[in-house]
Design a protein around this ligand. Structure first.
Ligand SMILES: Nc1ncnc2c1ncn2[C@@H]1O[C@H](COP(=O)(O)OP(=O)(O)OP(=O)(O)O)[C@@H](O)[C@H]1O
Ligand SMILES: [Mg+2]
Length: 451
């Protein structure tokens, strides 16, 4: 039974900036289980038939309500299955969160709740399940399930890998119907996933067929805006801008890089001055150190003292022997024209490591580099060149991880790529006559202590 939605004003469709949302059809799948009159933005979200869409913006415009309504749009059709995720179970069950909201909507209907499976069963046989993904292995719990709708609320709390795995591999079309396959999400800016969500939906967005519905508090006539704005006044300016205006560009103070500064190019320059800069990780992954930094080898080139290209990033966490294999293999691939620099850790083991690599890389131009000053200060010169548009990125599979890290710098979980970039840039721009490198005598006895 497809009921018409309650009457709502469609005049905004086709207005400035809304052309891309003009729907193919104004027949909106609707049923007795959705007890709301949608706001304009919610309606735009519910009319979308595309594979992937994101409702992102300020706090309070009705994103979670929109997601729940979207999940319920086809529950009158036999075989339909929808799932809604929050990052943790407690997030689903808090007051005003998705599960209590669904309870309020569905308890008075003919739908039945299965507490154990966290699933609503509808008279048609359709289902709506609630799930969470707070550990790296949680996604495998949903392995055998198949859904036509996968929704994520507060998407910036998720890892991109989980979003892609669950949002795309678990979906399957029903043979007997033409229900669209939909992955839908909603979020405020900020949190650990800010950078990848922004890259996916705002930077790449519609070019990759992903629709972004921006929303602000003004879009929600159901909320006491004045009260709400007052409640945000105690927040710092960045968080306030993120929550109030849904501002995806507002960053925590101290941020040195923006992903849009880096033009992505398909070919590297044929004639350039090239360096490969290695920053070795000090620790391996262990029970005590689950997320240590990576060993990074950064290949950067310079053309005509004014344009810089990031050509390749090798990044791994491994035993010293495997790291050594990578460094040697990379040197062979780069060729002898590329000078190799390696950051020298303080103390005797740093001296030994450099001496050791000098012998391993015999035949290549190899230098150890002692660094000084804070990581943030060292990142300044390359940051200002990047802001001026002078640093380009060669297209490669490592681009997103790199852009995520630099945008999160200095407050993100890792800074190894920023360090290696700053080091490579420093070497490329060092004056010829300036003594910036230390060459070690390899005839000394060396100790193979690499970490
Ligand atoms: N179409 C609607 N009809 C009635 N009430 C609505 C509607 N849309 C939103 N609301 C109400 O507005 C308030 C905010 O909605 P919701 O929780 O969906 O916003 P949100 O964008 O998810 O907010 P947050 O950023 O805090 O997660 C809720 O109290 C909700 O019940
Ligand atoms: Mg919400």
């Amino acid at each position: 039974m497809t009921q018409s939605p309650p009457r709502t004003n469609l005049a905004f469709l086709g207005q400035d900036g809304w052309e891309q949302f003009a729907p193919d059809s104004l027949t909106l799948p609707w049923n007795e289980f959705i007890p709301i009159v949608p706001t304009h933005k919610q309606l735009a979200f519910l009319l979308l038939l595309c594979r992937e869409a994101f409702y992102g913006g300020a706090a309070g415009p009705g994103k979670s309500v929109g997601l729940l309504a979207a999940a319920l749009q086809y529950v009158h059709i036999p075989g339909y299955a929808a799932i809604l995720f929050r990052q943790a179970y407690t997030d689903l069950s808090l007051p005003n969160a998705l599960m209590p909201m669904a309870q309020e909507w569905l308890a008075p209907t003919r739908a039945r709740w299965d507490e154990k499976a966290k699933t609503w069963h509808f008279p048609s046989g359709a289902t709506l399940t609630f799930g969470y993904l707070d550990g790296p292995r949680d996604r495998f719990r949903y392995q055998s399930a198949e859904f036509q709708f996968v929704g994520f609320d507060e998407l910036t709390q998720f890892r991109e890998a989980d979003y892609i795995y669950v949002g795309f591999s678990r979906t399957r079309r029903l043979l007997t119907s033409d229900i669209p396959i939909r992955t839908r999400s909603a979020s405020n800016p900020g949190d650990i996933g800010h950078a990848w969500v922004k890259q996916r939906f705002i930077t790449e967005g519609i070019r990759k067929g992903r629709v972004f519905i921006p929303a602000t508090l003004d879009d929600n006539p159901y909320i006491d805006q004045e009260e709400y704005i007052k409640s945000l006044q105690h927040l710092d300016p960045t968080t306030r801008a993120q929550l109030l205006r849904g501002d995806w560009t507002a960053r925590t103070e101290g941020g040195k890089f923006r992903r849009e500064w880096f033009e992505i190019v398909d070919v590297s320059p044929s004639i350039a001055n090239r360096v490969r800069y290695w920053d070795l990780a000090a620790t391996e992954v262990s029970k005590r150190s689950r997320d240590p930094d990576f060993t990074v080898g950064f290949l950067m080139s310079e053309v005509g003292r004014k344009t810089f290209y990031i050509e390749d990033i090798r990044r791994m966490r491994a035993t010293p022997a495997t790291v050594e294999d990578l460094i040697v293999q990379t040197a062979k691939l780069d060729g002898k024209a590329v000078a190799i620099y390696m950051e020298q850790e303080p103390g005797a083991s740093g001296v030994n490591t450099i001496a050791y690599y000098r012998s391993v890389l015999a035949g290549y131009t190899f230098y150890g580099v002692k660094t000084s000053g804070s990581k943030e200060v060292r990142a300044n010169p390359v940051s200002s060149q990047a802001e001026a548009g002078n640093v380009k990125l060669l297209a490669g599979p490592w681009i997103n991880e790199f852009l995520d890290e630099i945008e999160g710098f200095p407050s993100g979980a890792h800074d190894d790529q920023v360090d290696a970039m700053a080091g490579a840039f420093e070497q490329l721009t060092a004056e010829e006559d300036e003594e910036v490198v230390i060459v070690y005598d390899v005839s000394r006895e060396v100790n193979l202590d690499l970490v």
